[in-house]
Ligand binder design. Structure first.
Ligand SMILES: [Zn+2]
Length: 169
């Protein structure tokens, strides 16, 4: 089922998510919904808080569903390593229509469970490292906008407030 994606301003997006306990049928269905919602958007990643579920899990697929095997599900992920620096434009399904340059480590290794509950360790470089860190931020109640400083952030927030006032957000 495709779920509505929460936008900037929603409280669930600003709160740290909690660990997933047992991977029940309900959790499995939630993951299916996250995948379906991500592909429909379309986006390369989606975290559970973005569909209003404050739990530590996300899905990512840089191929947007075109390459079997690129879809990954992470449950209760933690960083094992992070190094280097990259500076690229970033966007978010919860902040539609806006992009900003965000500094991120160039490489990130994540450890977490897959949807079967097996431990997985995955190394991400460049865009995948960026996606991992963007989704991990969602689990901590952060948006990429929180990593944008100064006038650029103020400008985007101002525009979103205006859209909210006119009922277009
Ligand atoms: Zn996002």
């Amino acid at each position: 089922m495709i779920r509505p994606i929460l936008k900037f301003g929603a409280t669930t997006l600003q709160e740290p998510a909690r660990d997933v306990g047992e991977i029940t049928g309900e959790i499995s269905r939630l993951i299916d919904d996250m995948i379906e919602t991500m592909y429909a958007a379309p986006g390369i990643g989606l975290a559970a808080p973005q569909i209003g579920v404050p739990m530590r899990m996300f899905v990512v697929d840089l191929s947007l569903g075109h390459n079997i095997g690129e879809l990954m599900t992470f449950i209760n992920p933690v960083f094992v390593e992070r190094e280097g620096m990259q500076l690229e434009e970033e966007g978010c399904l919860s902040v539609p229509g806006f992009n900003a340059t965000v500094a991120r480590p160039a490489r990130a290794v994540l450890k977490g469970l897959d949807r079967e509950g097996r431990e997985q360790i995955v190394e991400g470089k460049e865009l995948l490292a960026r996606a991992f860190q963007h989704e991990m931020d969602h689990l901590d109640g952060m948006l990429f906008l929180d990593r944008v400083r100064g006038i650029k952030r103020d400008l985007i927030v101002k525009k979103i407030r205006k859209l909210t006032r006119s009922g277009k957000w």
